[in-house]
Design a binder for this molecule. Sequence first.
Ligand SMILES: C[S@@+](CC[C@H](N)C(=O)[O-])C[C@H]1O[C@@H](n2cnc3c(N)ncnc32)[C@H](O)[C@@H]1O
Length: 345
Amino acid sequence: MSENTITDMVRCVYNTHNTVTGSVCRTNTENLLPEHIALFDQLSEEIKKSYYGTGIMIPEKLKGKRVLDVGCGSGSLVFILSKLVGPTGYVVGVDLSEMLIEIARSQVDYHRKAWGYDTMNCEFVLGNVENLPFPPESFDIVVSSGVISMCPDKEAVFAVVHSVLKEGGQFLLSDVCGEDDIPEECRSNDVIWTCGLGGLRWDRLAEVASKTGFTRPHLRQAAPVDIAEEYVKMIENSRFTCAGWRLFKLPEDHRYDACRVTYKGNIPEYSDQLPWDIDLTFKKGQGVDVDGELTTLLSTSYLRENFDFADTNVKPVTKRNQNPFAYLDKLQSEGRLPPSIFKVE
Ligand SMILES: C[S@@+](CC[C@H](N)C(=O)[O-])C[C@H]1O[C@@H](n2cnc3c(N)ncnc32)[C@H](O)[C@@H]1O
């Protein structure tokens, strides 16, 4: 199938999906703060019914920021973020589906009132995320949930996100990733494709990230995807997960050596500790030796005021690009496997 045909199929599925039956995706609450979960409860019923995210990640330090949600669907995350950026921030959601953008626009006034704003600080744009209509460096943070897996040209999306993100900005990506490639002939199946099973194989993410100028990804969370028997056979038992990653766009001309970094505890909602990825949580006031790549990230990104930096004489190994399937296996062996985010059926 050509790329245009795939994109038309995705548009058609998300333009005709029955939003009366309720949300098809579970809101993952494992890594959210209670105040974030409370905001989900305050969304309008119309928005809750048409939530299709493949894992939610809420960026830190949102006050006053300009945030872009690529593939926003009916806008659940845009509305949550519009509350968290406050009246001086701004959130833009882009999606291909006329129906979902229409639902989102119809709910702006509801959320303006719910958040207590005189004027709303978000907007919804109909468009293709492979070709975003924004000037370079126009957003502080970009988020995306469950979208890039169904874009035929994934590298194009990373490249355009990199272009619209400011230097030092974060890209929080939560999406469906595969453990292996699936057979070529089932990629054009509409259920398989529009459920994200044409997603990036997890181990190619770092490659695409580096190629398009991002830092290598840190795995923040993962949860299983259930697949009905009929499709399990078609994809030859490949496993899929909804995995959440942090990537950054950094200035090109700064590279630092390993350092001892200490989190200052000065992000209000993370005053004791800042969870970073599945292997690392920064605790307030406790120095951690990190490698040059993470030192560079922390000291040149918008998080730089939140850390102190000191020399270290050890050669730390910092984990990144972690295997989400190994992580899920570990959670399962410890009896901590989260429920699946959605079922492919
Ligand atoms: C699984 S849903 C996720 C929606 C939303 N992120 C949420 O959390 O509810 C995938 C969304 O991606 C959109 N989409 C897929 N391909 C796209 C593209 N090339 N450009 C813009 N949106 C796209 C679909 O229309 C759909 O709304």
